[in-house]
Ligand binder design. Structure first.
Ligand code: XMP
Length: 520
């Protein structure tokens, strides 16, 4: 296994992700924990030093234990990792913002060109016509003198020591970040490094599952765990994984707020109870939620009512589970980065997001977050590994407040019933045309307006609805899906024929921004 020593970079997890893509098992440990004893016990086959926000020229800044350099394993240093490696091995590092010294603070895109003969780390690099590679730089300090034994193999205008190595000891150090998307050929560097270190790339999601199970057992011991199930992919995968680890020490609580899609509650309950035998409390609280929402039409008010009730209800049911000490959450890595980089930032609240962020403290529970290191597509892969059905794993995202935010204006049982039906027909159409997996999210919103129509020989006065379908990578930006007119026409006809209460269908062609994906 490979050890990543984390010096606090925002993108350390991306290194782990690149390695998982190469089927190499790695663990990230914060530098404070990596002592000589830890290293001896861990016995890594290779080590990567991450980047970090500190400056190696500052007294007391983070260091790796010196024994790492004597252990004989290959080491790759990234950015701060490069600088700390040089400093520790006898080179020099200077603080940023020094002009004219052949190196200054640098943030963003840069181009690296080769300086001498190529080494194994650079296989597949500098192969293009212009003999250069785009890389992403983000550093204040820079190396000003190499440590003994090192040579330069790549340079950029602002980073004369962009790629350096002591090939005799298998020490490699780069100033840029090969793990980010903006270093397009960066994965190749990691691949070359792990091959040099003797990894075959035979690690799989199956092995991840085993490791995750081991960690859950170690953390939880014989205590009880509560897991809030939403029916979404993340909480479901977390629940199945935890159940595999600790069996009936896990109890799931599924809060049914009455704002779910057609048959959704039944499907969730039967999947978990019948297929997986997971103890599940189905908290059917639709009367309570719909009662409190009666007469409310302001989007933020609706969201806040649902958010608060959700927490109350969850807490009420969780309190019945005796001796619970842990709360399981399907937190993913992107949630972790967002909360680190944006918390307390000056951003404006567009929508009060539904989450259970404050719950663990409120209930005095510790968190179990077995998906914290994974990205969405990796969670899906893990779900498949755990035997969850493909149709379930590939489901579009569904928001916590459910159909409430697809029903602008006042929510009534009648409108919800119409909306559920129309949504089911629309999704059926999308599946029948083989488009479901090309679309990131699709749903119907029922509009707070009635319009006049004519059906048969009679006049109708029914609701209008809007179809929404978007493409997106992460939900932060989105584009409307370019359905054919034929598809739209056919779908409108089906909805009007099959769903009493709707007599007009529109298609929402707004991108995000300026629109949002949901209507509220
Ligand atoms: P918007 O409408 O903000 O939605 O463009 C972006 C993505 O987030 C989902 N969404 C939510 N998810 N709780 C959630 O768990 C919420 O309160 C919430 N609001 C929006 C939305 O479905 C889309 O995928």
């Amino acid at each position: 296994r490979l050890l990543i020593i984390d010096f606090g970079s925002q993108v350390t997890q991306l290194i782990a992700r690149r390695l998982r893509e190469l089927n190499v098992y790695c663990e990230i440990h914060p530098y404070q924990n990596v002592t000589d004893a830890f290293l001896a016990e861990f016995a890594p086959k290779a080590v990567i030093f991450s980047g970090g926000p500190d400056s190696v020229v500052r007294d007391g800044s983070p260091r790796p234990p010196t024994s790492v350099f004597d252990s004989g394993v290959p080491i790759l240093g990234i950015c701060y990792g490069q600088q700390v490696m040089m400093q520790e091995l006898g080179g020099k590092v200077e603080g940023g913002k020094i002009s004219g010294g052949g190196g200054t603070a640098e943030f963003g895109r840069a181009y690296v060109t080769p300086t001498s003969e190529k080494i194994g780390l650079l296989d597949g690099w500098f192969a293009g016509d212009d003999d250069r590679e785009q890389v992403w730089m983000s550093h204040g300090d820079h190396v000003s003198q190499l440590a003994p034994g090192f040579e330069v193999y790549g340079t950029s205008p602002n980073a004369p020591y962009a790629i350096t190595a002591d090939t005799a000891r298998n020490f490699y150090a780069v100033q840029f970040h090969p793990e980010v998307h903006h270093t397009p050929n960066g994965a190749k560097l990691y691949e070359n490094f792990v091959r040099t270190a003797g990894f075959d790339g035979d690690w799989t999601m199956g092995a991840y599952r085993e490791e995750a199970i081991r960690k859950i057992r170690e953390q939880v011991g014989d205590k009880r765990v509560i897991c809030g199930l939403s029916g979404g992919v993340d909480s479901s995968v977390a629940a199945v994984l935890i159940h595999e680890a600790i069996g009936d020490q896990l109890t799931c609580v599924f809060v049914d707020h009455g704002l779910l899609r057609q048959n959704e509650a039944d499907e969730v309950v039967s999947m978990f109870r019948d297929n997986y035998n997971i103890p599940l409390i189905h908290a059917d609280e639709s009367e309570l939620f719909l009662g409190e929402l009666e007469g409310q039409s302001d989007p933020e008010t609706k969201r806040k009512i649902i958010g608060k009730l959700f927490i109350d209800v969850f807490q009420k049911h969780a309190n019945d589970i005796e001796g619970a000490e842990f709360l399981a959450q399907g937190t993913l890595y992107p949630d972790v980065i967002e909360s680190v980089s944006f918390s307390g930032g000056p951003s404006v609240t567009i929508k009060s997001h539904h989450n259970v962020g404050g719950l663990p403290e409120k209930m005095g529970l510790k968190l179990v977050e077995p998906l914290r290191e994974l990205f969405k597509d990796e969670v899906r892969a893990l779900g498949r590994e755990l035997g969850l059905p493909n149709s379930f794993i590939g489901r579009h995202p569904f928001p916590g407040p459910g159909l409430a935010i697809r029903c602008p204006g006042e929510i009534t049982r009648e409108k919800l019933k119409i909306l559920r039906k129309a949504d089911a027909v629309y999704i059926d159409q999308i599946r029948k045309h083989g488009l479901y997996d090309d679309i990131w999210q699709a749903f119907v919103a029922i509009l707070p307006v009635r319009t006049v129509g004519v059906m048969g020989d009679g006049r109708t006065y029914d609701y209008a609805c809007a179809l929404r379908a978007v493409t997106s990578v992460d939900g932060m930006t989105a584009d409307y899906y370019p359905f054919s007119h034929e598809f739209l026409g056919e779908t409108a006809t089906r909805i009007i024929n099959e769903v009493p209460g709707i007599n007009r269908v529109t298609y929402d062609v707004t991108s995000k921004p300026p629109g949002t994906i949901e209507w509220e």
